[in-house]
Design a protein around this ligand. Structure first.
Ligand SMILES: [Zn+2]
Length: 338
């Protein structure tokens, strides 16, 4: 056995170093004593990753046709834990799997579920499916570099949804209905959101994260906010978020404050004649000001480790990322539709 030694010169990020972060540990402890189940004729269960840095959430419920699962995790270890949870809480007979969007933490786990549930149909929207195909190779390379053996090394090993629906799809069972709809751009260029009328439960993909700073691209804010307004008008009882589980509808308004705060800070530092969303126009000092102020003003929101030694906020604001490929897909879809 060769042991890996960590030195300041050579930190192996694949050692799950974030598990040593007291803030991460605190959220993990909170998750284990929180009830993350919606009760009723049909019980909705949740699984929240204890493996990745950002607490990716999956949801599942039993129907007369079998189990419906929403999102399949990124890490092999988390997908396995999710599968164990499904087996312990349901029949274990999976009927359908929904992938909300093309980010790895929501669909790489399809690989495991195809093996353990070969008859399950994997579903997403046409736009998300196109986004997956366009970005998979880049995402596999990027995640493999950061997460090593917890993720696939070959894009050809990924399991894609069996079909992508156009605009909306309703899955109607005896006691529960799942109304799916493609929306975007927001956290991803396109994503599937779900509505369960029996529970007034909104499956929000990563458009909502439960008090966790958002991964965002430039120039998506206005549309993202518009979708949040639609969410408010739906008046859900529960919001099933992409990270850190189930929240109440007040999270929608709090998320609007998050965007308003970001734009306010940007307005402090960006020139008056440019779009206040345009991070390209502000210097490094201004970027670190925006990051630290976002963290200070949302002290109960978690800024998880993301990539290359940076947190999500640092990566999005300081490092300025733009979802180039996804944006190109979206543009291509737009021109195809138009
Ligand atoms: Zn996402």
């Amino acid at each position: 056995m060769v042991s890996t030694r960590r030195t300041s010169m050579n930190v192996d990020r694949r050692e799950k170093h974030w598990k040593n972060d007291p803030k991460w540990q605190c959220i993990l402890a909170k998750a284990s004593d929180q009830s993350q189940t919606i009760h009723g004729d049909v019980v909705i269960h949740s699984y929240q990753s204890r493996q990745d840095p950002y607490f990716t959430s999956s949801y599942f419920f039993e129907t007369e046709r079998g189990v419906v699962l929403v999102d399949t995790q990124i890490y092999y270890s988390a997908a396995q834990e999710l599968w164990d949870a499904i087996k312990s809480k349901t029949s274990g007979n999976i009927f359908a799997i929904i992938n909300t969007h093309a980010h790895p933490d929501h669909y790489f786990g399809n690989m495991l579920f195809r093996k353990v549930a070969p008859n399950a149909t994997i579903i997403t929207s046409a736009g998300v499916l196109a986004d997956m195909h366009a970005t998979a190779a880049q995402r596999v390379a990027k995640t493999r570099k950061e997460w090593g053996d917890e993720v696939p090394s070959n894009p050809a090993d990924l399991v894609y949804p069996d079909f992508g629906f156009e605009r909306t799809l309703t899955l109607a069972f005896d006691k529960i209905t799942l109304e799916l709809k493609e929306v975007g751009p927001a956290e991803a260029p396109v994503q599937v959101v779900g509505w369960i009328p029996q529970h007034r439960a909104l499956i929000a993909a990563d458009i909502l994260q439960n008090k966790q700073h958002h991964y965002f691209s430039d120039r998506t804010t206005a549309n993202w906010y518009r979708i949040l307004q639609e969410f408010s008008e739906m008046n859900p009882r529960f919001v099933l978020t992409g990270h850190q589980g189930i929240a109440g509808k007040e999270l929608i308004e709090e998320t609007k404050h998050w965007f308003a705060t970001f734009l306010g800070l940007m307005s402090d530092v960006a020139p008056r004649d440019v779009d206040p969303e345009n991070i390209d126009t502000i210097d490094a000092k201004s970027r670190s000001y925006v990051v630290s102020e976002m963290q200070r003003r949302f002290p109960d929101w978690f800024d998880p480790y993301y990539y290359e030694g940076k947190t999500v906020l640092e990566q999005c604001i300081d490092g300025h990322r733009s979802e180039q490929i996804g944006a190109q897909v979206l543009a291509a879809l737009g021109s195809k539709a138009g």
